[in-house]
Design a protein around this ligand. Structure first.
Ligand code: ADP
Ligand code: MN
Ligand code: MN
Ligand code: MN
Ligand code: MN
Length: 359
């Protein structure tokens, strides 16, 4: 795709972005919809907020997003965190909101509420997460971005962390997203091109407790917004292409305060033992269509059995070599798919590793 096909004229927009806002700020409220997508709408605030409590509750028409019936369609937006807006810049902000029903119950797709309770209950263990979000770029016709029309690129091999024409695609878009995340205050820890061409990864973390889900959702929002400007679609499907092409995951790296200090390995081993006992309960929350990805091939473990190992990328749980060598640190759960709700995954993770599991 050539740059002449870029659909938004963001260069022209710059002229208006620098207009004086007369002290007003624009808050773009974002929320999670019924299909794991993100929706957003903007409003004007009379002044810059100094804390989350300054941000008003709002609402939207839930009958238009599949989140409420037409006869009782208002869904409430309760702000939970906010970030600098890299698109509007200045004091403008992006506000992440939880969805609540009219009757005072959390909306069906509000998984944050339960997650926050679990994080609070196990606060003393100071759980950190680091998520590796993999995703695939598509063009506007849903073909894998920059792949030959009606054909396939050369087999996998040169693309992972690739450098050079024909090995890497859309680096401009990926770089723009990276910068946007840093501007917004997202704890983005890195990016890399993935094994399948036009598949990429960014990492967010370590983040404490509930902050992990919040930051990943905002990073996903920023990704989709940046991609709009480049005329690219983002797919979070765990197996966008059948055949000998890697799927997309969201490896979940985890540690408690006890794991992070010398002697921590025995706590990592205890967590792995607990995880083994709840394999299927975890799998149930680890993303839809994940069975297409967890085949035991392409750097995955089979979905039907639990395994763990040091430096083993074919296991359910990998303990990084450096962690095994030092005797403390963190572990990686490789099972979650790219389309997970991070609140569900981090929630069940603390429930399992921080709680007492009955035999
Ligand atoms: P991989 O080698 O599996 O590709 P990455 O470098 O892509 O690993 O991602 C590792 C992730 O682990 C990062 O998001 C990082 O922030 C996170 N991480 C590092 N240390 C910890 C820790 N102690 N607890 C939880 N997450 C951690
Ligand atoms: Mn209207
Ligand atoms: Mn990685
Ligand atoms: Mn990866
Ligand atoms: Mn990984």
């Amino acid at each position: 795709m050539s740059s002449s096909e870029i659909i938004e004229n963001t260069a022209l927009l710059q002229k208006y972005q620098s207009l004086d806002q007369r002290g007003k700020i624009i808050a773009e409220y974002i929320w999670i919809d019924a299909s794991g997508g993100i929706r957003s709408k903007g409003r004007t605030l009379s002044k810059k907020p100094s804390s989350i409590d300054d941000l008003p509750e709002w609402n939207f028409d839930g009958s238009s997003t599949g989140q409420a019936p037409g006869h009782d369609s208002d869904v409430y937006l309760r702000p939970v965190s906010y970030y600098a807006d890299p698109f509007r810049r200045g004091d403008n902000i992006v506000v992440l909101a939880e969805c609540w029903n009219n009757d005072g119950t959390p909306n069906k797709f509000n998984h944050r509420h339960e997650c926050a309770k679990l994080m609070k209950a196990h606060k003393d263990q100071e759980v950190w997460f680091g998520l590796e979000q993999e995703y695939t770029l598509l063009d506007k016709y849903d073909n894998v971005y920059a792949w030959p029309k009606g054909g396939f690129p050369a087999p996998q091999g040169p693309y992972y962390c690739g450098v050079g024409t024909g090995k890497v695609y859309a680096r401009d878009m990926i770089e723009a997203h990276y910068r946007a995340c840093i501007h917004a205050g997202i704890n983005i820890s890195g990016i890399n091109a993935e094994v399948m061409p036009s598949q990429w990864e960014f990492q967010v973390g370590p983040c404490n407790g509930i902050d992990m889900g919040d930051q990943l959702w905002v990073a996903r929002y920023l990704l989709q917004r940046v991609a709009e400007e480049f005329g690219i679609k983002i797919s979070f499907h765990p197996k966008p292409l059948k055949g000998d092409w890697n799927g997309a995951g969201c490896h979940t790296n985890v540690s408690t305060s006890a794991m992070r200090v010398p002697g921590g390995m025995k706590y990592i081993e205890a967590a792995v033992e607990k995880l083994a006992k709840r394999h299927l309960e975890h799998i149930a929350l680890y993303g839809s269509d994940n069975e297409q990805r967890l085949t035991g091939r392409h750097e995955t473990a089979s979905m039907t059995s639990f395994s763990s190992g040091v430096a083993n990328r074919g296991a359910s749980i990998r303990i990084p070599r450096s962690v095994a060598k030092e005797g403390y640190g963190y572990f990686e759960d490789r099972r979650p798919a790219s389309n997970i709700d991070p609140y569900l995954v981090t929630g069940i993770m603390v429930e399992t590793i921080c709680g007492a599991i009955p035999d």
